[in-house]
Design a protein around this ligand. Structure first.
Ligand code: MN3
Length: 240
């Protein structure tokens, strides 16, 4: 089977006398990261995509009411906050008045990071579940020793996030490494340049109706509904 990467490599290999624009065009069509391909509309405003499934699609691991509240009253307001912050910063530049710049920079980092992570989170989950395979599995084995070691690391890191935050599996092109990170809130404790592949939300709003204080049980159950195809798609894109 010809993969997209093979196709691009072949395209480049054949490109000896080929117009550069054609190569650029091939790369352009590959520019958007899968599962994060519509953060904004044509005007550049951040937009909330429809959930990729019904509210009850993740039952019984995540109950329908939690998904409904999470999407409408946590993810959606973050989109508005990111737009509002960018608008306010544009006005500040226009007026050359930066009195509130610190406030809106914080709002932008928080709101936009929330939008990015929640968009990934919905795509990272699916009632179908399954296990990682192929190149992604090989990379997990290479970087973490085995899939089980990765799972133990990711689970422990996610459960022990201090307060509200996320467990993150990411790929850093600059080091060609897969990494587990512990993110606080939506924007703290990252490594610049990392491409998030799998993100697990451990803000209380993500689990409290069903699990109350039992974050560990929620995180362990999450591993049964991970859409590994979505993780693999992003991994393939990140290492391309
Ligand atoms: Mn959340």
């Amino acid at each position: 089977m010809t993969t997209r990467r093979d196709f691009l490599q072949n395209t480049v290999a054949l490109a000896g006398g080929m117009a550069l624009s054609a190569v650029v065009q091939a790369k352009e069509s590959n520019k958007q990261a899968p599962n994060l391909d519509k953060l904004t509309d044509e005007s550049g405003k951040y937009v909330l995509l429809p959930l990729p499934y019904a509210y009850d699609a993740l039952e019984p691991v995540i109950d329908a009411r939690t998904v409904e509240l999470h999407y409408n009253f946590h993810h959606k307001p973050a989109v508005a906050a990111a737009n509002n912050a960018e608008d306010a910063l544009a006005k500040a530049r226009e007026a050359n008045n930066f009195t509130l710049v610190k406030h809106y920079e914080k709002e932008l980092a928080l709101g936009l990071s929330s939008h990015i992570l929640h968009t990934l989170y919905w795509g990272n989950l699916s009632a179908v579940g399954g296990n990682p395979a192929g190149g992604l599995l090989k990379a997990l084995e290479k970087h973490f020793g085995s899939y089980n070691k990765f799972k133990a690391h990711m689970t422990a890191a996610t459960i022990s996030v201090e307060g509200a935050g996320w467990g993150v599996l990411g790929y850093l092109p600059a080091s060609e490494k897969l990494m587990v990170l512990q993110c606080e809130n939506h924007q703290k404790l990252t490594a610049w340049g990392i491409i998030p592949l799998l993100v697990l939300d451990v803000w209380e709003h993500a689990y409290y109706l069903k699990y109350q204080n039992r974050r560990a049980e929620y995180v362990n159950n999450l591993f049964g509904i991970i859409n590994w195809n979505s993780v693999a798609e992003r991994f393939d894109w990140a290492v391309r």
